[in-house]
Design a protein around this ligand. Structure first.
Ligand SMILES: Nc1ncnc2c1ncn2[C@@H]1O[C@H](COP(=O)(O)OP(=O)(O)OP(=O)(O)O)[C@@H](O)[C@H]1O
Length: 613
């Protein structure tokens, strides 16, 4: 049918004025659309665009459709060049009918402006009546709408051809359109124009597929770099669908690929870090590198202990879960707790957790490392002294740790280091709940819960004659044994995650490094593990640490440890103190001796003994 066919105007007039339609003279698609427009109360005498997106909203919509724009715009621009003699415009429309992009011949753009056929306008059947864009949007089929096929007068001077675009998953993305005001040079050319538009939409779809494959390859490349990561790592596309998962995660869950990240995580996993990945060719966002953490075990554990709070790593080991279970039971009571466990296993942290979960939580928590206090001062440190009690005593006297802890908890670490003569006094305080400061006569009542700890077996100390048996029974009321780190190796990755999170260390530790950490003996336990991680952080920053470097770090540590093994606990504490002083005074021995309150020659002797000079 000729675009100018005058009989068509009569068909249209009779439909909009009298409601009758000569169906033989009009295509099925147009007929269907006209009825729809009438049902939706579209004004046939208007049809100009009315619904616009403002600048920011349009930008957001373009952002959302950037993938489509990136593939379609170069092809539409190519078409425009090919048709440059013709006063036409080319448009890209999103899934909801908003014009994302429009460009064309100046003359056609001017005419389009008169009917608000511009970027940002909503060009659907409901808004402007039957038109190629709106009808293709509804039917998802290519269509040419010519002159009086348009339901509303505003577009009746136009010939428009539109075709839908689908992505690789057959999902509808939008429409491309070529429109021109009725033009004699192109009469009856609408079929050819439509064919061109359909071919262009096919080319865009191919381009989308190619880019999708390129992006996927790039995402995989990022994934392969994390294959050996000791953490649980995934790579997602820009829509946050998982496209790749590392070996460690795949060994947990085999059907992870293609799942939306959020759906996969649910309550079992937590996102630990999420780093965007940009295309190396076009620079746009193509996905994310995501590190996950297991949430399930901690959550499951807390479900069974809803009221116990522990601000540290729990992990998945049954041995530590048992420790926390005991803590949650005893925390509610006032019983004296005895914590045993090697150095650095978290005894102090557990003592604090018991305090924080007890009724005394608003009172003080006072910790004393009995092994670090000179033997002759332990009495005054614990029980205090009155003014002028001994030479060198403070003029004001000193409130001992028992009194300081009144209403709260006193944590006596390395209780085995308390000299025997002081143990009698300690026993009395524990029995009477009163302290008499050194040099004083008046007892002071103290309401203190006592938690003690040693890194040695308490009963061995009794057998060796270093601990009074009666004191042993006073202290050994509720014993809790903390497992060594080597007995809870499965928790090491959780400690590593915890350390990284706490220190903002964004590193990808390969499996080989994590295996080394898990195989090490860890005589210094958690404290030592954190020290090693600290060294790794200083040495390698966010670069992947080489296995050889970590190996030699651990060998050096082992050698250090051998030397330390020959020292008593007190000597170890002293050595550590001297090392710190040496650093603080920058090797000035006179100053060091002065600070330590010992003679220069004693200082020399001790430095030699500990092989520090
Ligand atoms: N479960 C845990 N989660 C996080 N950090 C922990 C945990 N357990 C221990 N740590 C950390 O390890 C280090 C050693 O812990 P802590 O001082 O409590 O051990 P300890 O057994 O009392 O050591 P020592 O016997 O040498 O006094 C501390 O930095 C502590 O914060």
């Amino acid at each position: 049918m000729n675009v100018m066919d005058p009989s068509k105007r009569e068909i249209w007039r009779r439909f909009v004025q009298e409601g009758t339609l000569d169906q033989a003279r009009i295509s099925k698609r147009i007929e269907e659309s006209w009825y729809l427009c009438r049902q939706k109360n579209v004004d046939p005498y208007d049809g100009k665009g009315k619904m616009f997106l403002t600048g920011r909203l349009l930008l957001e919509r373009r952002e959302k459709n950037q993938r489509l724009l990136r593939c379609a715009v170069p092809i539409l621009e190519k078409l425009q060049q090919l048709f440059q003699e013709i006063p036409a415009i080319f448009l890209l429309i999103d899934q909801e009918g908003y014009v994302l992009w429009a460009k064309g011949h100046q003359q056609a753009m001017k005419k389009a402006k008169e009917i608000n056929f511009l970027e940002g306008v909503k060009w659907t059947e409901e808004e402007v009546g039957t038109n190629a864009i709106g009808t293709a949007l509804r039917t998802r089929e290519p269509i040419a709408v010519v002159g009086l096929d348009h339901y509303a007068v505003a577009s009746q001077q136009w010939v428009c051809s539109a075709a839908p675009i689908y992505d690789e998953n057959k999902e509808f993305l939008g429409i491309i359109d070529m429109s021109y005001p009725i033009y004699h040079g192109l009469s009856d050319a609408q079929d050819y124009v439509l064919a061109t538009i359909v071919a262009a939409s096919y080319t865009i779809e191919q381009q989308l597929r190619i880019q999708q494959k390129e992006n996927l390859l790039e995402l995989f490349r990022h994934g392969f770099q994390m294959e050996d990561s000791a953490s649980y790592s995934v790579v997602c596309d820009d829509q946050e669908n998982i496209v790749w998962a590392n070996h460690r995660l795949r060994s947990f869950c085999s059907s992870i690929i293609d799942q939306p990240l959020q759906q996969f995580c649910q309550r079992t996993w937590k996102v630990f870090s999420k780093v965007p990945i940009f295309s190396s060719v076009y620079g746009h966002l193509i996905g994310y590198k995501v590190t996950l953490q297991k949430a399930q075990d901690e959550e499951a554990f807390f479900c069974s202990l809803p009221s116990f709070r522990f601000d540290g790593v729990i992990g998945t080991s049954p041995s530590f879960a048992a420790v926390l279970r005991s803590c949650s039971k005893v925390a509610k009571t006032d019983a004296t707790v005895y914590l045993s466990g090697e150095t650095g296993t978290g005894k102090e942290l557990i003592a604090r957790a018991i305090h924080q979960n007890s009724l005394r939580k608003d009172g003080p928590f006072v910790a004393v490392n009995c092994g670090a206090v000179p033997k002759e001062l332990i009495g005054s440190e614990l029980f205090g002294y009155v003014e002028g009690a001994f030479t060198g005593a403070k003029r004001t006297g000193y409130m001992g740790k028992f009194v300081q802890a009144h209403g709260g908890t006193l944590f006596l670490d390395e209780i085995g280091e308390i000299p025997l003569e002081m143990q009698v006094a300690l026993l009395r305080v524990l029995q009477e709940r009163e302290v008499v400061p050194i040099g004083g006569t008046k007892p002071i009542s103290v309401d203190v819960r006592v938690i003690t700890a040693t890194h040695r077996d308490l009963y061995e100390l009794v057998k060796e004659g270093k601990l009074r048996e009666d004191l042993f029974y006073r202290l050994h009321v509720y014993p809790i044994k903390l497992p060594a780190l080597r007995e809870r190796k499965e928790d090491i990755p959780f400690f590593v995650d915890y350390y990284c999170r706490k220190n903002g260390w964004n590193v990808c530790l390969p499996n080989s490094v994590m295996n080394l950490l898990m195989d090490y003996y860890w005589p210094g336990n958690i404290r030592e593990l954190f020290n090693v991680l600290e060294r790794m952080r200083i040495e390698y920053g966010e670069a992947v640490p080489p296995i050889s470097g970590i190996k030699s770090m651990l060998v050096a540590l082992k050698n250090d440890e051998k030397g330390r093994g020959e020292l008593t606990y007190r000597e170890q504490v002293e050595k550590e103190q001297m090392m710190n002083m040496l650093e603080e005074t920058k090797g000035n021995i006179s100053k060091m001796a002065e600070l330590l309150g010992i003679s220069r020659s004693t200082c020399y002797r001790k430095l030699k003994k500990y092989k520090l000079i």
